[in-house]
Design a protein. Sequence first.
Length: 135
Amino acid sequence: MPVKFDDISKTATSLLNDDYQTNGYQMKSKQKTSWDGAVLTTTVDLFGKDSVQTPAKLSWKFPKPLGIAGFSVEKLELDKAGKFKLETSMDKALHTVPDLKIEAKSDLVDASKIVAGCTYTGIKDTQIIFETKAT
């Protein structure tokens, strides 16, 4: 079976988009679930210098939480210090504006740190990005 042209760029894209560990040792596990395509990533730092309670970082990705098309939880993360990160996005399937992506980021602790933004790519060879703090 001949190779599809779309498959050629997948290898290069995955190589460039991967995060590489440069210090110490780390074990990373990624599991895709059957629950609306959710992905759970567990990252454990091995042989760390600090005495941490848990050397693990848990990350979840929900492409279509509760079946809501166009809304995505890009990252819900709990790190080894017990801090949270939340990144969400909305696309055309939810707000019906072509080439517009709306994003929000939060640490789930302080409302003054919520950042909202949008990216519009509907003009040829142009990308318009707007980002602001919510408060």
